[in-house]
Design a protein around this ligand. Structure first.
Ligand code: UDX
Length: 441
């Protein structure tokens, strides 16, 4: 099938590359000339395992192309995905300017039937808005051309996006049109071999499904973080509690890891946007607001633990940081707990030495002009002369470090672990003052 994708960001690029990989002919369009030029030269702007290979292969086979020419993309694709950004407004609602602009562009250029599919995470009602925007443009053109607008949210995890796309748990499509159902079945047939993963819903339910999935996952995390804080007070161990509850299949082991708060481009933004949507409709969503507030508070925990150990005034202190990305296997620092911690440390007069296996260039971009941040290219180098080590991201390589070397390099043998990577009893045995989440202190 011939497909066009508007937006070569994270979602658009993964979607385009994976659809081309299974044999579709995909044209990706972006307004950013530099981005399109570098994609044409084979440079992938994000770190995502497997993506480079898929892009290179599909480009070499002639099934994936990049352009800045919207008309060319509209001519090319019978199915057109909207995968442009929806940055949050100041009040937390999603800014739909770019999504609606794509709808209008399609309506300006289309000569015959087009199916427009919203892939970006968009508030409930957006597909209807795209439809109205397109109708207006077509009326102005005095053109009567049939089109449909459907919703097809993505459920991609950063760091596993290619495999999530190639082996989906489910493919949700919101539409009320049999024509759309037929087209989407054909499009997704290569991913739908063994059992039917396609779930057709009405458009608004599909749009809400995406928010519901992310909000429930965020709720599980905030719930565990809240319980971890209670566990510290009552003298229980949250890791033992986690195993005790996870074994109940109704609860399950997934997404109940306590930590220093969730980050990334989805959970914080989507929970806030859903709160906003509800409030705009005069419904006060108490649970979702609490999920968000608990997460904000959790991101402060590592800093609080340092203050418990070193006192309120951290002037002259140097803190070593392992992990800047919001989670392992990505270089993404959006809403990362490491940022909340670093900003609090700087405000309290401390200096930071930080290491991350993939996100150093992103940290350089965000904070490169600061003289109270030293970015180091090895995990052990950050420890030299630091008063404590804090772990913000659970990269594999941090799981079993040489503790003797850590002790020797740090000024004080203090580890504050935001991901519960180590056994508190082992740390005590090794003479390390160990702070973690929901396990004593
Ligand atoms: C998420 C959803 O998983 C994905 O389906 C959706 O499409 C986009 O949002 P992503 O943001 O890439 O994906 O990351 P994810 O792996 O879900 O982790 C999100 C955050 O939650 C991370 O900061 C992670 O550290 C945190 N987390 C996750 C926990 O603190 N505890 C857990 O048990 C799981």
């Amino acid at each position: 099938m011939k497909i066009a994708i508007f937006g070569t960001g994270y979602v658009g690029l993964v979607t385009g590359a994976c659809l081309a990989q299974v044999g579709h002919n995909v044209c990706c369009v972006d307004v950013d000339k530099d981005k399109v030029a570098s994609l044409r030269a084979g440079v992938i702007p994000i770190y995502e395992p497997g993506l480079k290979d898929v892009v290179e292969h599909a480009v070499a086979e002639g099934r994936l192309s990049f352009t800045t020419d919207a008309r060319e993309a509209v001519d090319h694709g019978e199915v057109i995905f909207i995968a442009v950004g929806t940055p949050p407004d100041e009040d937390g609602s999603a800014d739909l300017r770019y999504v609606l602009a794509v709808g209008k562009t399609v309506a300006e250029h289309m000569q015959d039937y087009r199916l427009v599919v919203t892939k970006s995470t968009v508030p409930v009602g957006t597909a209807d808005k795209v439809k109205s925007a397109m109708t207006e443009v077509l009326e102005a053109r005095a053109a009567t051309i049939a089109f449909d607008v459907a919703s097809n949210p993505e459920f991609l995890k950063e760091g596993a996006a290619v495999s999530d796309f190639m082996k989906p748990d489910r493919i949700v499509v919101g539409t009320d049109s049999p024509r759309v159902e037929k087209l989407m079945r054909e499009l997704y047939a290569p991913f739908n071999r063994n059992h039917d993963k396609l779930i057709f819903t009405d458009v608004r339910s599909s749009e809400l499904t995406k928010y519901a999935a992310n909000a429930l996952l965020a709720t599980k995390i905030s719930f565990m973080n809240e319980l971890a804080n209670i566990a510290e007070k009552v003298g229980a161990d949250i890791e033992q509690v986690r195993q005790g509850i996870g074994s109940d299949p109704r609860i399950g082991y997934h997404f109940i890891y306590p930590g220093c708060g969730y980050g990334g481009s989805c959970f914080p933004k989507d929970v806030k946007a859903l709160v906003k949507t509800a409030e705009d409709l005069s419904y006060a969503p108490q649970l979702l607001s609490a999920v968000d507030a608990v997460n904000d508070r959790q991101k402060e925990r590592l800093f609080q633990k340092l203050r418990i150990r070193f006192g309120d005034d951290l002037t002259g202190k140097t803190i070593a940081l392992w992990g800047l990305a919001f989670k392992p296997n990505t270089d993404d620092m959006r809403e990362a707990p490491s940022r909340t911690l670093m900003e609090a440390l700087w405000a309290a007069g401390a200096k930071v030495r930080a290491f991350d296996p993939e996100a150093l260039h992103e940290a350089e971009r965000l904070y490169g002009d600061r003289d109270d941040l030293q970015l180091c290219s090895s995990a052990f180098e950050v420890l030299d002369g630091a008063d404590a080590l804090v772990i913000c991201t659970e990269w594999q390589q941090f799981r079993s470090p040489d503790f003797a070397e850590i002790k020797q390099r740090l000024t004080h043998a203090v580890i504050v672990d935001g991901r519960n990577l180590y056994d508190p009893a082992l740390m005590a045995e090794k003479g390390i003052e160990y702070f973690s989440i929901g396990r004593g202190r």
